[in-house]
Design a protein around this ligand. Structure first.
Ligand code: PGA
Length: 275
């Protein structure tokens, strides 16, 4: 374990994608809130579809009000899966960072490979979204990752580097400081094939080194998550790697007990870090 990992608060993010329901928001968060005493040393973020964000935030807020010790809940947040780069205007169907901020959202996933693949999002567009999210006080979780074909051709580092460099060159230093990165190899998303802890760590260490050249302080503090078929039974080994600061969980974040088991696994390693 490197000493610098101690400087970064571990984080578990659940990305429900276009799945879930109002009933699931209620039952899932009720379960999570019950266990949130354990989340004192890690951050937990749940990202339901946009339609359910308000309901989710209200649920957390009302449990805070009814609890005598609201501090217990301070590390449980609701995040969004996407946001546009304009704050308002005639952009039918879009949701702006200022609206997310208005309802109490703190994190937003940007540049997910599904948005790149199905909605044609480019690095430049993603950069504008990161900047706009930062401008409204949100923390962007910027996703990066190579396809199976790119990995086979030995292009993993080139692809990741280009994705990151394009975004970093188009946003302000302040926006850059607000970022979290998520390394999500496309071939590992929703496939049940996880990158091995070593494969993931190799990319995380590469990203950390790149950031260090830019700004050593930022590199020490910026959190880099791993995503791609994370489950309760592999989360601990992944998180054990020195440059992996948390996980971004898709499928396994839809079942409260499985998600809690992932949080538990991260928590076990976190205690070793002795915050
Ligand atoms: P998965 O998805 O855990 O279902 O592989 C991860 C993600 O897309 O963020």
């Amino acid at each position: 374990m490197t000493s610098s990992k101690k400087l970064r608060i571990p984080i578990v993010v659940g990305n429900w994608k276009m799945q879930g329901s109002s009933a699931l928001v209620n039952s899932f968060l009720t379960e999570l809130i019950k266990s949130s005493d354990s989340f004192k040393v890690i951050e937990v973020v749940v990202c339901p579809p946009a339609l359910y964000l308000t309901q989710a935030i209200k649920l957390i807020q009302s449990s805070q009000l009814s609890n005598s010790n609201p501090i217990h809940f301070s590390n449980l947040w609701i995040g969004a899966q996407n946001a546009y780069f304009k704050q308002e205007g005639a952009y039918t169907g879009e949701i702006s960072p200022s609206m997310l901020n208005d309802i109490g959202v703190k994190y937003v996933i940007l540049g997910h490979s599904e948005r790149r693949q199905y909605f044609g999002e480019t690095d430049s567009l993603i950069a504008r979204k990161c900047q706009a999210a930062y401008d409204m006080g949100l923390n962007p979780i910027l996703c990066l990752g190579e396809t199976a074909e790119e990995r086979e051709k030995g292009l993993t580092f080139d692809v990741i580097e280009l994705q990151l460099d394009t975004v970093l060159s188009e946003i302000s230093k302040e926006a850059r400081d607000s970022l979290l990165l998520a390394y999500e190899p496309v071939w590992a998303i929703g496939t049940g094939v996880t990158a091995s802890p070593k494969e993931a760590e190799e990319v995380h260490a590469f990203l950390r080194k790149k950031l260090a050249k830019l700004d050593p302080k930022l590199s020490d503090k910026l959190r880099i998550l791993y995503g791609g078929s994370v489950k309760a039974n592999n989360a601990k080994d992944i998180f054990d790697e020195p440059n992996i600061d948390g996980v971004l969980v898709g499928g396994a974040s839809l079942v409260a007990q499985e998600f809690l088991n992932i949080c538990e696994a991260i928590l076990k390693v976190s205690w070793k870090l002795s915050y």
